[in-house]
Design a protein around this ligand. Structure first.
Ligand code: CTP
Ligand code: MG
Length: 259
C-alpha cells in the first residue's frame, strides 16, 4: 500500500551522542605523538575509540575532542576510516585539562541530543555490550551511569610525600585502608542525561588539573550516580605496559574472529 504523504524524517526524541576527549598529551606513556594518535594494531587509538562508540546502534553522533592544534589532522584521520552510515561526527579542538576538553565537546552538541556518553579515547577497546548497558541505564532514568569493576589491589590512603608526585623511595604515612569490597574502579563510557551533565560542567570550576571524572562532578551537584558492571577490556591505556596489554587483546580478538 502506498501512502499519500511522504513519511517525515522526525528527529528521535532521545538521540544519543558520544563525546570522546582525545586531547591529552599522554605524558605517562612517555615522549612521542599525543597518546590518542598512537597506533594500536596499526590503527590510531582514537579511531578504535570512535568505532567502539559507533558500534552501538543507539549512538548516532560522535564528538571527537582533538589535541588543540590537531583538529585538522584528526578530521582527516576519521574521514579516512569508515564509520557506520548512521553515525555523524564532529571534531573540535580540546583544552588544557580533560574537564575543559569535555566541556568543549558538550558545547558542540546539537539540540536534539538528550543522552550523552563521555568516553576516553584512551579506552580504545571497550566492548559494545558495556556501551549499550550504560545507555540503557540512562534511558531507564538514571541521570548518571558509570561502568566500574571491583578492585584487585587493596587501596591505602596516604599522606603524599609531595602532593601529586609520588617520589620513589620516600616513605608515605598511611592514613586509612578503605574496605576493598566497597570500592569500584570506574571506567568509561560514562552516560548522562544531557542537562544534568551540562549543569555539572557549568557549576564545577576547573581547579588545577581539573576533574578527571564526569560522574564525580554530577555527585557534587547532589544528583544520583549509579554504577553498572564495567569490563576488563575497557582498561585505560596509561603507561607503556598498557600498550602491551592492548596489543594482546587485539591479537586475541583477531584470532577469535578467524582473521
Ligand atoms: N584528555 C583531553 N584533554 C586534556 C587531557 C586529557 O581530552 N587536556 C583526554 C585524554 O586524551 C584521554 C582522556 O582524557 O583520552 C583520559 O586522560 P588520560 O588517560 O589522563 O590521558 P592523558 O592526559 O593524555 O595522559 P597523561 O595524563 O599521562 O598525560
Ligand atoms: Mg591526563
Amino acid at each position: 500500500m502506498s501512502s499519500m504523504s511522504p513519511t517525515p524524517a522526525e528527529p528521535s526524541p532521545s538521540r544519543t551522542a558520544a563525546v570522546i576527549p582525545a586531547a591529552g598529551r599522554g605524558v605517562r606513556l612517555g615522549p612521542g605523538t599525543p597518546k590518542a594518535l598512537r597506533a594500536l594494531g596499526g590503527t590510531p587509538m582514537l579511531i578504535h575509540a570512535v568505532r567502539a562508540m559507533a558500534a552501538s546502534r543507539a549512538v548516532t553522533l560522535v564528538v571527537l575532542v582533538a589535541p588543540p592544534d590537531g583538529a585538522a589532522e584528526v578530521k582527516n584521520l576519521i574521514d579516512g576510516h569508515a564509520l557506520p552510515e548512521r553515525t555523524d561526527y564532529v571534531v573540535v579542538p580540546g583544552g588544557a585539562t580533560r574537564q575543559e576538553s569535555v566541556r568543549l565537546g558538550l558545547d558542540a552538541l546539537p539540540d536534539d541530543v538528550s543522552v550523552v556518553l563521555v568516553h576516553d579515547a584512551a579506552r580504545p577497546l571497550v566492548p559494545v555490550d558495556t556501551v549499550d548497558a550504560v545507555i540503557e541505564a540512562v534511558r531507564d532514568g538514571a541521570p548518571a551511569v558509570v561502568p566500574a569493576l571491583p578492585l584487585a589491589d587493596t587501596v591505602k590512603e596516604v599522606e603524599p610525600a609531595e602532593p601529586g608526585v609520588p617520589e620513589p623511595g620516600v616513605p608515605e604515612p598511611v592514613l586509612s585502608t578503605p574496605v576493598r569490597a566497597r570500592l569500584r574502579a570506574v571506567q568509561t563510557p560514562q552516560g548522562f542525561d544531557r542537562d544534568t551533565l551540562v549543569r555539572a560542567h557549568e557549576s564545577v570550576a576547573v581547579d588545577g588539573e581539573g576533574a578527571t571524572d564526569d560522574a564525580g562532578m554530577v555527585e557534587r551537584l547532589g544528583a544520583p550516580v549509579v554504577v553498572v558492571p564495567g569490563h576488563e577490556e575497557a582498561f585505560k591505556v596509561t603507561r607503556p605496559l598498557d600498550l602491551v596489554l592492548a596489543e594482546a587483546v587485539l591479537a586475541r580478538r583477531r584470532a577469535n574472529d578467524g582473521f
